[in-house]
Design a protein around this ligand. Structure first.
Ligand code: PLP
Length: 366
């Protein structure tokens, strides 16, 4: 499966023009002319490679600048760049929570959080997805047995499209003296004032915020935002940070441009969310199983994996690229098409997508 370009509402995929509905490039920045130009200029000015890990000689002024801008974007005190969101979660969870601590983790958290928990010496308690009452009971029972506690959640769950109950989680974490870590991979740039994220959209300040540059920001790489003291600790103990080459200075300079584009993308954000609402409403009214949400990810749950791939293939035949999502990414029997409209789509694109779904309706499970 090879995509040759992501520009505009259609992309060339296996030599055909198709509507792209399964990327994380929500705002259309991955192929934005300003980012292309920025990366080219940044490469000339700052060089492509950092030449060392951050603690040896790989910290460039531009890394610090990008970190200040990411902190401003997410309205957090400070930020630290990581090479990817995967590395950020694994680094945070394997270094901050120590033996004798406890991590409370949502059952549907991203694989990188699960792997970080596996690497941690802390005890891990998985609570049912989004279940504040179950988490509260668990905290009541288990919190006092541990030294430090962490509550860890995705902000916007990427395969279900729903938002974590952030206000209630913040309240519980504070009440039980636990740190709240929120992974905003799918919400930075999309939700909140100036794209600050889901936490900012509901006035929640997490203790740690993980964001990736590879989704709405159109680049690659990631960051952790927190207080300078916490980041100082991470900088010296998160093994995925310490023992990894610093992110590209050119990419970090481009990240500064991406921060500007994201901050100024109110119109794109409104269009994106309008597209998602139109798509979700249209599909639900035609009887497709689409969970309710106000965010930009629109999953169509079908069940059997093979059928999901068949409907995906039929849609591709019609010119709509909607990848099927199967186990182990989602639970057995809940295979789905995960639709992610883009800000570069308009009503016509959404309506033609709905028409394509109508023409494969006969394939839908009873
Ligand atoms: C994509 C994603 C990551 C990983 O980010 P990368 O920068 O792609 O490694 C982490 N957490 C969540 C919730 C994600 O969706």
């Amino acid at each position: 499966m090879v995509c040759s370009s992501t520009q505009g509402p259609t992309v060339e995929f296996e030599h055909r023009d198709v509507v792209l509905l399964c990327s994380n490039d929500y705002l259309g920045l991955a192929d934005h002319p300003a980012l292309r130009q920025s990366l080219a200029h940044a490469s000339a000015e700052h060089g492509p490679g950092a030449a060392a890990s951050r603690l040896i000689s790989g910290t460039h002024e531009i890394h610090r600048k990008a970190e200040r801008r990411l902190a401003t974007l997410t309205r957090m005190p400070a930020a630290l760049l990581f090479s990817s969101g995967y590395a950020a979660n694994v680094g945070v969870l394997s270094s901050l929570p120590r033996e004798g601590d406890v991590i409370f983790s949502d059952a549907l958290n991203h694989a990188s959080i699960i792997d970080g928990c596996r690497l941690s010496k802390a005890r891990v308690i998985v609570y049912p997805h989004g279940d504040v009452d179950a988490l509260s009971r668990s905290l009541q029972r288990e919190r006092s047995k541990a030294s430090a506690a962490y509550v860890v959640t995705d902000a916007l769950f990427s395969m279900d499209g729903d938002l974590a109950p952030l206000v209630a989680l913040r309240e519980l974490a504070t009440r039980f003296d636990a740190a709240l870590l929120v992974d905003e991979a799918h919400s930075v740039g999309v939700l909140g004032p100036d794209g600050a994220g889901a936490c900012a959209s509901v006035g929640v300040v997490p203790d740690l915020l993980v964001g990736t540059l590879g989704k709405a920001m159109g680049l690659w790489g990631a960051f952790v935002a927190s207080t300078p003291a916490v980041l100082d600790l991470l900088e010296n103990t998160a093994r995925s940070f310490v023992f990894s080459t610093a992110t590209s200075p050119a990419a970090s300079a481009t990240c500064v441009t991406a921060c500007d584009l994201v901050r100024d993308a109110d119109t794109a954000r409104a269009q994106l969310l309008r597209n998602a609402a139109r798509l979700r409403e249209g599909l639900r009214s035609r009887g497709w199983d689409v969970p309710a949400s106000d965010a930009q990810i629109v999953p169509v749950v079908l069940g059997p994996a093979e059928l999901t791939m068949q409907i995906s293939a039929a849609l591709l035949e019609l010119g709509f690229f909607v990848q099927g999502i199967r186990p182990p990414t989602v639970a057995e029997g809940t295979s789905r098409l995960r639709l992610a409209p883009m800000a570069t789509h308009d009503d016509d694109v959404i309506d033609s997508t709905l028409a394509a779904f109508a023409s494969v309706e006969h394939m839908r499970p009873g």
